[in-house]
Design a protein around this ligand. Structure first.
Ligand code: ATP
Ligand code: MG
Length: 442
C-alpha cells in the first residue's frame, strides 16, 4: 500500500514523476516538510515540496515548464501537467543576520544537512518515491506523541531566526501539540528577538493560527509566551491581559465555531471586539499588521455594522423605526455585509445560549421576524438599480441640478428599499415632484 493516502492521486503521480526524472539523471530527490508531516498526521495534503541534490540550473534544464521562483534560495517551481512543485536544492542557511532568515544560502550535498536546517522535528522528515522515510530527529515519534520540538538546540534555532517562535505557537495551536519544556523555556528567553522580524511574516503565522481549528489555544499560548509586547506593530493593551468577562470569552469560543473558509472576517471581528477594538480603529490596526486592505476594510465595516445596529436596537422605539434603521444600515454597508452580520449573530447566539435551547430558539425566532426578514425584503441597494435617473428628475421638474438632487435620489432609494414605494418610473417621478414642491430645490 502506498504511503500517501492524504494526497490527491493526480498530485501524487505528478510529484512522483518529478522525483523519478531527477533520479534518472543521477540526482537525489525527496518529498519534504509539510506534506510528509501532514500525511503522517492524516491531514489533507495541499502541496508537495521536493528537496534535491540537483542545482537550480540543472532543475531548470530538466523540465520543460519551470518558474525560477527563488533562485537565490535554490528554489525552482516545476509545472507538471496540472500541478506545481517547489523543488529546492539541498541547502543550509548561512549568515543569519539580526535573527532573521538569511539572504544567503549555501548548497550542500546531503539530505541530512538539509533536514538539519529545518525548524521542528515534525517538519524535518523526508519521503522518497517509495514512501520510505528519512527521519533523523524522531519527527514521527514526536508527531505521534503530539509534541513540538526544535531540530537541535531550541535557543540557538530561535536565535538564528526569531520567526520560528511564532511558528512554534502557530503549529502548537493548529495541531493541538504541546511544546516540549526546552522549547518553551528557550522561547521565553529569546522572546524579545521577535522585534527583528517583519510584521508580514508574523502576520502570516498569526493568520494561520487564527484561521485554524483552535484559535483560542493559540491566543492563550501567545499571551503566555510574552512575545506580544516585542512585536513591532501595535498591540491593544487588552490583548496582553488574560481574556476576561463573559462577552470576550463567549466571542473567543465562538471563533472556533465559525468555519474560516466561510469568511475570515468573522473571526477577525470576534477577536478584535474581544480585545476592545472598535470599528473606527480596526481598519488602521489591521493595516499596521499588514492585512490586505480589502480584508481590513470588511472587518472594520462588520464591527461598525454591529456597533451601530446594537446601539440603535438598544434605543428601542417602535418596530417601524427599527426597521428603518436596519434599511439605512443595509444600504450603507451593502447586502453582503448585512448577511455576514446575520451569520455572525446566529453563531454568537448559539454559543451564548448553548445551555438554554429554548432561549436560543426564542432569540433566533425574533431575529427571523426582524433582521433576517428585513434583510431579505429590501428590493434594491444602489441608485443604479433605481427605475429613474437624476436626469429624469431634472426633466420632470424643470429644475437645475445641484446638491438637492443627490439628496432626493438617496431619499427615493431609501423609500424603495424600505418598500414605501414600488420601483416604478412613473410613481417615482410623481414622488420626486411632490418632494421638490414641499422642500423647494435649495
Ligand atoms: P504549511 O502547511 O503551513 O505550509 P509548512 O511546514 O509547509 O506548513 P512552510 O512555511 O510552507 O510550512 O515551509 C515548508 C518547510 O520549510 C517547513 O516544513 C520547514 O521544514 C521549513 N521551514 C519553513 N520555515 C522555516 C524556518 N523559519 N526555519 C526553518 N525551517 C523552516
Ligand atoms: Mg507549506
Amino acid at each position: 500500500m502506498s504511503f500517501w493516502r492524504m494526497v490527491p492521486p493526480l498530485m501524487r503521480h505528478q510529484g512522483e514523476y518529478v522525483l523519478k526524472r531527477l533520479q534518472e539523471h543521477g540526482h537525489q530527490a525527496y518529498f519534504v516538510g509539510g506534506c510528509v508531516r501532514d500525511e503522517i498526521m492524516g491531514r489533507p495534503v495541499h502541496d508537495m515540496d521536493i528537496a534535491t541534490s540537483a542545482r537550480p540550473e540543472e532543475v531548470l534544464a530538466l523540465f520543460e515548464r519551470t518558474v525560477p521562483t527563488g533562485l537565490q534560495h535554490g528554489t525552482v517551481t516545476v509545472l507538471a501537467e496540472q500541478e506545481a512543485f517547489e523543488v529546492t536544492t539541498f541547502r543550509k542557511e548561512a549568515d543569519y543576520e539580526d535573527h532573521r532568515h538569511p539572504t544567503r544560502v549555501e548548497f550542500v550535498d546531503g539530505l541530512l544537512e538539509d533536514l538539519r536546517r529545518r525548524d521542528f522535528t515534525m517538519n524535518a522528515i523526508a519521503a522518497d518515491a517509495g514512501g520510505n522515510l528519512t527521519d533523523p530527529f524522531g519527527g514521527r515519534r514526536d508527531i505521534e506523541a503530539g509534541v513540538l520540538r526544535c531540530v537541535g538546540d531550541a535557543g540557538e534555532r530561535f536565535d538564528e531566526d526569531a520567526l520560528r517562535m511564532m511558528r512554534a505557537i502557530r503549529f502548537a495551536s493548529v495541531f493541538g501539540f504541546r511544546p516540549v519544556k526546552s522549547l518553551w523555556s528557550a522561547l521565553k528567553s529569546s522572546r524579545s528577538k521577535i522585534s527583528f522580524i517583519a510584521i508580514e511574516r508574523i502576520r502570516a503565522e498569526f493568520e494561520k493560527m487564527l484561521l485554524g481549528p483552535d484559535p483560542l489555544r493559540g491566543l492563550v499560548l501567545l499571551q503566555r509566551s510574552d512575545l506580544l509586547p516585542y512585536i513591532k506593530a501595535p498591540v491593544p493593551p487588552a490583548a496582553l491581559r488574560p481574556l476576561a468577562g463573559d462577552n470576550a470569552l463567549a466571542a473567543m469560543k465562538a471563533l472556533a465555531a465559525v468555519p474560516p473558509e466561510e469568511s475570515p472576517e468573522l473571526r477577525y471581528t470576534l477577536l478584535l471586539q474581544g480585545i476592545g477594538v472598535g470599528g473606527e480603529e480596526a481598519a488602521e490596526l489591521m493595516k499596521l499588521w499588514t492585512f490586505p486592505n480589502a480584508i481590513a476594510r470588511r472587518t472594520a465595516d462588520l464591527i461598525l455594522f454591529d456597533e451601530l445596529w446594537k446601539s440603535r436596537r438598544e434605543e428601542a422605539g417602535g418596530s417601524r423605526q427599527l426597521r428603518e434603521h436596519w434599511v439605512a444600515l443595509q444600504l450603507r454597508f451593502g447586502k453582503h455585509m448585512a448577511a455576514l452580520w446575520l451569520k455572525r449573530e446566529r453563531r454568537l447566539l448559539a454559543v451564548r445560549f448553548a445551555e438554554a435551547p429554548e432561549k436560543l430558539q426564542a432569540e433566533l425566532d425574533l431575529m427571523n421576524e426582524r433582521e433576517a426578514r428585513w434583510h431579505e425584503e429590501i428590493p434594491i441597494h444602489t441608485l443604479k438599480e433605481l427605475a429613474i435617473r437624476g436626469e429624469d428628475v431634472i426633466e420632470a421638474t424643470g429644475r437645475k441640478g445641484g446638491p438637492w438632487l443627490g439628496r432626493l435620489m438617496d431619499r427615493l432609494l431609501f423609500m424603495v428599499a424600505s418598500r414605501e414605494l414600488p420601483n416604478a418610473r412613473e410613481i417615482l417621478l410623481e414622488q420626486a415632484k411632490v418632494v421638490v414642491n414641499e422642500d423647494g430645490a435649495s
